[in-house]
Design a protein around this ligand. Structure first.
Ligand code: G16
Length: 544
């Protein structure tokens, strides 16, 4: 096998964001752009001789060509083995599952998650470590440093590998194993949930489900698990074939982008559960008939009921949520008597807590929930959790959530996004907010008195690392909050996210619309940030 050592010059913009490096395909297509980043990862990992890596992606445009490049570079960097999902496919949670199951040195996951795909869309790549989770900040910082000083990369001069045919083949001294992307993951799900109970409920007609794979990675997973193993009728999974451009759609599981599913769930004869997942299969949206479950509520409901399900019979060790996620799960933790951790946005921050066995469940407002079964959030896992719960309780989604509110109170919650705004304007908004922080505590705005105002800083309780400037929090005496932060996953301009939360203990007030219930706080957020005025946008781009 001939190995080329090619000269290159560094790019200055290869800084991983909230979840790996995400850029436009046009950026990733620049000469040596992908190669530089891959070599920077390999260099950061040190001696990889004989080591195994898992490789796979969400099937978006560039997935296959990027995998061929990774194979050639891995062979030239003395890697012993690559385990690759058939057709180059692996959902993010399935990749995490395989890294853990086969005890590999980690894996490379190719995805830009819920961002659009295709030649004009986005591409992304991230390294997950031996625990199956996204690399922590000190690793991604080192990759970034390395990417800025790189002068050469190694690549083998070999033929492309057939990614579609299962089995093992040698590439120089390295072995490439093409593996069924679904089987290991499906087995893990079967171990966590009561498949017999769910199957019986489905067969009896008491439980019906529709799953929107949004032309993305979860199609094959959902078909195998929901239709083949749980006997949901054929057609339960819609948009189930992964397409390189996601059918020209935005594979983001919310009411706006999962339109087909939303129309069904808000129409007559809706199934018991409607669910959708995103580009790489780690996000989930849960719907009942005419009922949207906020991700924050979903986490709280799962936490309150986990002990009823086979995989979680021993109860919870603790829970965690990202800072902007509503405090609904905090109330469950308090009632159950376990710790609740508040982390910065980004699944990587849960890794240490899970590895140290401080938590069992964790989740984020950004449609992510997961547990200690892998080290990524897991869309289909959340759907199966809900199916198991519905089969067990014999209640509708809405009844389960309303019962939860009755017991714990309701956290009204919404997120307003201003997307693709001028980064200078976004910076100015954040700067203005930061300047106000010292003077806010004690001030009263209508019914709300500020209890604290800060720029969230997190000290990891396991390794003591500190992450600063993770979002502006304004907390009020009644527990309400407004949070402002800039997204770390966008590829166009800046995205300002405004998160709003208010607690309502009174049952008679639980049926109010969230935007109405939060209207005073929404106005106050505008007063403090001048987001509309400064961006000259009449309304947020997306409200969830
Ligand atoms: C990623 C991260 C999540 C984060 C989300 C949104 O999700 O893994 O932890 O909550 O981005 O981040 P931001 O608010 O910075 O855009 P995904 O599904 O895109 O990989």
């Amino acid at each position: 096998m001939k190995i080329d050592i090619r000269k290159t010059t560094p790019f200055t913009d290869q800084k991983p964001g909230t979840s790996g490096l995400r850029k436009k395909v046009s950026v990733f297509s620049r000469k040596n752009y992908l190669e530089n980043f891959i070599q920077a990862i390999f260099d950061t990992l040190g001696d990889l001789t004989g080591q195994t890596l898992v490789v796979g992606g969400d099937g978006r445009y560039m997935n296959r060509t990027a995998i061929q490049t990774i194979i050639k570079m891995a062979a030239a960097n003395s890697i012993g083995k690559l385990i690759i999902g058939q057709n180059g496919l692996l959902s993010t949670p399935a990749a995490s599952c395989m890294i853990r199951k086969y005890k590999t040195r980690g894996g490379l996951i190719l995805s830009a998650s819920h961002n659009p795909g295709g030649p004009d869309g986005d591409f992304g790549i991230k390294y997950n470590g031996e625990n199956g989770g996204p690399a922590p900040e000190h690793v991604t910082d080192t990759v970034y440093r390395r990417s800025r000083e790189i002068t050469q990369f190694r690549i083998a001069d070999v033929e492309d590998v057939d990614l579609d045919c299962l089995g093992e083949r040698p590439i120089g001294g390295m072995t490439v194993q093409i593996i069924d992307p679904v089987e290991d993951y499906a087995q893990l799900m079967e171990h966590l949930f009561d498949f017999n109970l769910i199957r019986a409920a489905i067969l009896s007609g008491a439980l019906t489900v529709k799953f929107d794979a949004m032309h993305a990675i979860t199609g094959p997973y959902a078909k195998r698990i929901l239709e083949d193993r749980l006997y949901a009728v054929t057609g339960t999974v819609i948009n189930g074939i992964p397409l390189e451009d996601f059918g020209g759609e935005h594979p983001d599981p919310n009411l706006f982008h999962a339109r087909e599913l939303a129309a069904l769930m808000y129409g007559a004869n809706a199934p018991t559960l409607g669910a959708a997942s995103d580009g790489d299969g780690d996000r989930n949206m849960i719907l009942g008939s005419r009922f949207f479950v906020t991700p924050s509520d979903s986490l709280a409901v799962l936490a309150a009921n986990a002990h009823l399900l086979p995989g979680y019979r021993d109860g919870l060790r603790g829970v965690a949520r990202s800072m902007p996620t509503s405090q609904a799960v905090d109330r469950v933790a308090e009632a159950v008597g376990v710790d609740c951790y508040e982390t910065p946005t980004g699944w990587k921050f849960f890794g240490n807590l899970l590895d140290a066995r401080k938590i069992t469940l964790c989740g984020e407002e950004s449609f992510g929930t997961g547990s200690d079964h892998v080290r990524e959030k897991d869309g289909l896992w959340a759907v199966l959790f809900w199916l198991n719960l519905i089969a067990l309780k014999r209640q509708s989604v809405a009844e389960i959530v309303r019962d939860h509110w009755r017991r714990f109170g309701r956290h009204f919650y919404t997120r307003h996004d201003y997307e693709a705004i001028d980064p200078n304007i976004a910076g100015a908004i954040v700067h203005r907010l930061r300047q106000q922080l010292p003077s806010l505590p004690g001030q009263t705005f209508g019914a709300y008195t500020v209890a604290f105002a800060d720029d969230f800083s997190y000290e990891d309780p396991v390794d003591g690392s500190i992450s600063e400037k993770q979002g502006i929090r304004i907390g009020f005496k009644d527990g309400s909050r407004i949070v402002f932060r800039l997204s770390g996953t966008g590829t166009e301009g800046a995205t300002l996210r405004i998160y709003l939360e208010r607690y309502e203990p009174e049952i008679e007030k639980h049926e109010q619309d969230a935007q109405e219930a939060l209207s005073d706080l929404i106005q106050l957020a505008e007063h403090l940030s001048e987001a509309k005025q400064r961006t000259r946008m009449a309304a947020p781009t997306v409200i969830t």
